[in-house]
Design a binder for this molecule. Structure first.
Ligand code: ADP
Length: 394
C-alpha cells in the first residue's frame, strides 16, 4: 500500500480528568503538535460531549469523580461512532489488576504516573496512526470486495452468453454431421480426394459436437441443474463397456481392469459414471505411447466408500497442474502437450460429476512417471436432484 496515513494532525482528542497538573501540560503539548484537544472533568460530561461530537481519541483518568473510570470507558465504547476510537488510560494506579480491567473495558493503552509527556505523545501518535491504517485497510477491503462482486457478475454474464451461443450451435452442427454422413454414403461415386475431405469434415464435426455437449453439461452441472438418475451400477461391466467404446483408439496399448464383472456395485448415475471413467481412460490413451502404453483400472469398496483408481504409464503431470486440470479449460502448459487436441473440459466434467455424487477426485503424478487418477463414490442413497456444487474461483 503506498498511501500511508500520516499521524492524524487536527485529530479531535477528548481528555477526561480533573487534575490541572495533568491537563495543562497535556493540552499544551497536544495543541503544539497540531491536534485539537479539549477536556472535561466528569464522566457524565464526557458521555455528553462524546455523543454530541465523537472525538478521534480519548485520554482518560480512571479517577473521575462521578463514576467508575472503567465503567465510563465501557459506556463510551458502546457509542457506535466511538467503536474505533482508541481510549488510553492515564492513571495514578500502577497495579496489574487495574491494567487488566482497563484493557477488558475497551482501552488500547495504559500509562502510569509520573507521566512522561513524550511517552503520552508517542502513544497518541501510534494509536491514531493505527486507527488510520485500519480505516484505510477497511476501505481497500470494501473496494476489493466490490471489484470481486463486479467480476463475478461479469463472469456470470459471460457464462450465460457462452451457454446461449453454444446451445444454438448444437442444431446446425448436428445437421452438418447428418449431411456429411449422407454424403459419405455416396463417396464411392466421388473422387477419392473428396471422400477424404468428407471423412476429415466428419471428424471435425464430431469434435465440435463433443465440445458443445461438454460445455453445456459443465455449465448445467455448475448451476446445479443436472438431474441425477441413480441406479445400482455394475462397475466391472461399465469398465468393460468403456474399453470396448475406446477400442478404435487403442493401437498396441494395454487396457487392463482388475474389477471383475459382478463384484462391485455402486449407486450412481450410470451415464455419468461411464463418462467419468471414459474421460479418464481416453486421456490415458492420449498421453501414453501407442506401443508401450498401459492403462489399468482398479477399484475397492471399504468403509462405505468405493475408490476407483486409473493408472497410466504416460507422460505424467507436473504437481503445479494437479488442481488446475480439474478446472474448466484447465490444461498442462507443456510443449509436449501442444500437439494433442484438448479443450480442458473433460476433467472439469469428471470433477463436477463426482462431486454431484458426493465424492472426491484427484490425481497422483510426476512428469515421466505416469499418472494415477482416483475418485471416490460414497455408498448409499443419492439425491435425485444434484446439489449446487461449490462455485469455482471463490
Ligand atoms: P480434454 O477434455 O480436452 O481432454 P481434460 O480436462 O480431460 O481435457 O484434461 C485436461 C488436461 O490435463 C489435458 O490437457 C492434459 O494436459 C492433462 N491430462 C489429463 N489426463 C492426463 C494424463 N493421463 N496424462 C497426462 N496429462 C493428462
Amino acid at each position: 500500500m503506498n498511501e500511508t496515513p500520516t499521524p492524524a494532525s487536527g485529530a479531535d482528542i477528548l481528555i477526561v480528568g480533573e487534575s490541572p497538573a495533568l491537563l495543562e501540560p497535556l493540552l499544551s503539548i497536544l495543541e503544539n503538535q497540531g491536534y485539537n484537544p479539549h477536556s472535561v472533568s466528569t464522566g457524565s460530561q464526557a458521555l455528553q460531549v462524546a455523543q454530541a461530537k465523537p472525538p478521534d481519541m480519548i485520554l482518560l483518568d480512571p479517577k473521575v469523580s462521578d463514576m467508575d473510570g472503567y465503567e465510563l470507558c465501557r459506556q463510551l465504547k458502546e457509542i457506535p461512532a466511538l467503536a474505533e476510537a482508541p481510549v488510553i488510560f492515564l492513571s495514578g494506579i500502577n497495579d496489574p489488576v487495574d491494567k487488566v480491567i482497563a484493557f477488558s473495558s475497551g482501552a488500547v493503552g495504559y500509562i502510569t504516573q509520573p507521566f512522561d509527556l513524550l511517552e503520552v505523545l508517542a502513544n497518541v501518535e501510534t494509536h491514531l496512526r493505527l486507527r488510520s491504517l485500519k480505516a484505510a485497510l477497511e476501505v481497500k477491503h470494501c473496494q476489493l470486495q466490490e471489484s470481486h462482486n463486479q467480476l463475478r457478475k461479469l463472469e456470470e454474464i459471460r457464462d450465460n452468453l457462452v451457454h446461449l451461443i453454444v446451445h444454438d450451435m448444437r442444431s446446425p452442427l448436428t445437421a452438418i454431421q447428418g449431411f456429411l454422413n449422407l454424403l459419405e454414403k455416396h463417396a464411392a461415386s466421388l473422387k477419392p480426394q473428396c471422400a477424404d475431405y468428407i471423412r476429415l469434415s466428419q471428424a471435425g464435426a464430431v469434435k465440435l459436437i463433443d465440445m458443445v455437449n461438454s460445455l453445456l453439461d459443465v455449465s448445467k452441472m455448475e448451476s446445479g441443474q443436472m438431474q441425477l438418475h441413480p441406479v445400482p451400477c455394475d462397475l466391472g461391466k461399465i469398465i468393460t463397456d468403456v474399453f470396448a467404446n475406446l477400442a478404435s483408439l487403442r493401437d498396441k496399448r494395454t487396457l487392463a481392469s482388475r474389477v471383475e464383472i459382478g463384484t462391485i456395485t455402486v449407486t450412481a448415475d450410470e451415464g455419468l459414471l461411464t463418462r467419468i471413467i471414459q474421460n479418464i481412460v481416453s486421456n490415458g490413451l492420449k498421453y501414453t505411447s501407442p506401443d508401450r502404453g498401459v492403462i489399468e483400472v482398479i477399484a475397492e469398496s471399504a468403509d462405505g466408500l468405493t475408490t476407483v483408481r486409473i493408472h497410466d504409464n504416460g507422460v505424467g503431470i507436473p504437481p503445479q497442474f494437479h488442481k488446475v486440470i480439474f478446472e474448466k479449460f484447465g490444461r498442462v502448459e507443456a510443449e509436449a502437450n501442444k500437439q494433442r487436441h484438448s479443450t480442458g473440459l473433460g476433467l472439469a466434467l469428471c470433477r463436477l460429476a463426482v462431486e454431484a455424487h458426493g465424492g472426491r477426485i484427484g490425481v497422483e503424478s510426476q512428469p515421466g512417471s505416469g499418472s494415477t487418477f482416483w475418485f471416490t463414490l460414497p455408498c448409499g442413497a443419492l439425491p435425485k436432484k444434484q446439489k449446487a456444487p461449490r462455485k469455482p474461483r471463490e
